[in-house]
Design a protein around this ligand. Sequence first.
Ligand code: GMT
Length: 383
Amino acid sequence: MRIAIVCYPTFGGSGVVATELGLALSRRGHEIHFITYKQPVRLDQLSSNVRFHEVHVPEYPLFHYQPYELALSSKLVNMVKLHKIELLHVHYAIPHAYAGYMAKKMLEEEGIFIPMVTTLHGTDITLVGRHPFYKPAVKFSINNSDVVTSVSQSLKEDTLKSFEITKEIQVVPNFIDVTKYKRKTFTDCQREMMALEDEKIVTHISNFRKVKRIDDVIKIFFEIQKKVKSRLMMVGEGPEKETAEELVKELGILDKVMFLGESHEIDKILCFSDLFLLPSEKESFGLAALEAMVNSVPVISTNTGGLPEVNIHGVTGYLNDVGDIQKMSEDAISLLSDEEKLDQFKENARRESQKFDIQKIVPQYEALYQSLLEKTKVSTEAS
Ligand code: GMT
């Protein structure tokens, strides 16, 4: 199949999932065209069946806002025609599903019928998408996609609750390639570069937006380090980073917290981590938690959104209500202070992550594309 993938090219989970999906599909013989404003960060293997087409939005003095949706839909039209693309898969509804729908309609005028799959990822539904500024457009583009998928059952339910949806939503969970993660010992991970032998390593990875409750990460760690010799690795960049740095200074734990910025070495960092903190306000899935788990790192998280579908309470970590810093700190301390329990949770986390192996999930997308292409063929032949 020749498939166009539209996504955000940044470090966010939706872009990571879209890129890994495209790469996996290309390894299964499909021709993949990534169409976005920058080369996706995880796209490191361009080849004859993996291409990247950049969307340019030229500056024009009249434009106060650059019309990205217009440029994207025009690029989609041109690339579909040039490369005989058969199917569009757009990740994150805003504005990708909207732009994809416009491209579809423009192509229809020329007798080209191209089906569109929309994957909902999270805040396109639970936060931004629900705002009256965008809501009618989001509802319209979901209902006019040919197939809609969501990355968790919880996100599906949120979508049905927040919008009048006439389309069926199929849950296709996020995934990881478990073959990439062989069991490693601490010596493989160069743990000694980051902490002393008797110190535990606690990690948080995100794009430091408000929804991640970065202050809670710092406050939980503040409690942990009172009882357990430990260090905190803060990985990522985003609007809340400066406030977090100030809080670290205010609490007097500057020497125990490292801000590592955006990193291409996530797996290396997770390899030497003992515990992962994800106290998010909302989290439709929590790909970062899954990435921690496949690296044998237990997770202390909130019980919001799709997190209970990934992190299992009392097995792979603990889940508590949003904002319950005290309970999250207590759970973290109890786990880090009991070597035997910690080892068991590490093993459980790795084992549980195998449920989300790419080998189980990518065929679900493939089957969905296949049946959609057959349906499109039948309906165009009939018209
Ligand atoms: O929806 C977002 O806020 C952005 C998005 C991203 O690009 O990082 O994150 C969402 O999609 C991820 C991949 O499907 C999920 O793992 C995240 O849980 C989800 N974020 C939220 O729901 C806050």
